[in-house]
Design a protein around this ligand. Sequence first.
Ligand code: ADP
Length: 506
Amino acid sequence: MQRVAEETPIAEGEWQSYDVSARTKEFLSKNKRMYIDGAWVEGADGETFRSFDPATGSDISCLPAASKQDVSRAVSAARCAFEKGPWRDYLPAERERLLMQLADLMEQHRQPIAEIETIDNGKPLAEALASADGTIAYIRYMAGWSTKVSGMSSTLSDPNCAQAYTRREPVGVVGAIIPWNLPISMAAWKVIPPLVTGCTVVLKPAEQTSLSAIYLAELIEEVGFPKGVFNLITGMGSTAGAELASHPGINKIAFTGSTLVGKSIAHAAAGNLSRVSLELGGKSPVIVLEDCNLEVAARGAADAIFYNQGQVCCAGSRLYVQRGLYDRVVAEVAAIADSIKLAPGLEPGCQMGPLVSAEQQNRVSNYIESGLEEGASLATQPRPAKQTGYFVSPTVLSDTSNEMKVVKEEIFGPVLVAAPFESIDEAIELANDTPYGLGASIWSDSLSNVHSIIPKLRAGNVWVNTHNLVDPSLPFGGMKASGYGRELGSEQLDAYLETKSVWIAS
Ligand code: ADP
């Protein structure tokens, strides 16, 4: 059984040995600043923090750590741009035009965006490119909504007394706090919808992966959005993030991250009655019925957990297989896991990169140990530990039970826990036996079985014979401890709009 190295040796500037674009090299070599009120600024108290290349543990950049004063400055800039600036009064078509321009510019920069993401986060370059493309498509989809936000007119009970209609208006200043697993997509999911509706934004990316957000800010500046409309602060969650969440100048907080931090954000925002939307953790079940196509299900179950090193909130991390197929499906998924090429994300042919940080590597490794101690069996082959980088090899633990810690808690790594079930009712019970409710997938060729299960799953997203699919047009979000509110689709705009009812006496 492979165990990760206790200490990861540091190698300087390892990413430089790969063939990355000149633009990426230039960006990474520059001093990093925050973007507030249309200007690039240092932190007020000069505090900084470092970002690391998870493939080697080496330093990439030094970034400003926003203080309370910096957060206030960014919120004030966003407030001023909202109250006095031209943004919310722009013609909707003008907002759409600028957002479309941003998407076009991002398309021109897709290679550096993806390379920076890979160097900062660890993911394979092919996945980072796909993520950049998905983000660009999302921005174009959302930009189109700028011209389609509308209210309604009402036929009142007594139409002789008044005429009435509703207006949809921007909610105000938005604080956006995002995680490190899908940095560029998360930045867009949080920043674009408020810009569509005429809000202004302060974005705080995760301290582990702030670089693509800085790159995005450069592109936003190049497009020429009015100053103060978009502001970027970098820094720690417990200081800059907490300060943003509790700031009285914020009208709405949009957060994606852990359930624990989500709860603290909801508490902090409650004091100001700021609106909150939370996209939190998950422990999504993958239910494989005996009437499935085994090959498709095994491949799908492997992709459901191993994409992005398993660092996905809706990753299919619990595999439940009907008894008759259990051994074969587990063996097949384990064989796929064993065949995955583990390498630095920039290495050609890499299928799985390192985890984002040493902390995450230790956390995930500890979960694997704990599963084995609790009696799970290791279905995957041990691999020799890598000398550098925060790698954890894809792991399948079989014969688990819902009482085990590895089954109950979100691991956020390439670790799949598997258990058999006898009946469909038992599968539904096992699947719902979790505090989370983000995703679930069903693998079956029987439409009637599928239809009987879908309504019984307590999850915001249910996939059939696939997993982890998202599309700009379809709402995404969770139930229970996976949070509230929806992103994507037209429904996402509701989070950034107020409804004003207007009465005009007849
Ligand atoms: P993870 O545990 O996966 O790192 P977190 O939920 O801790 O995820 O982090 C997600 C985002 O929330 C990051 O941008 C982080 O800086 C921020 N964050 C962490 N703690 C807090 C907090 N107490 N208040 C506000 N934001 C926070």
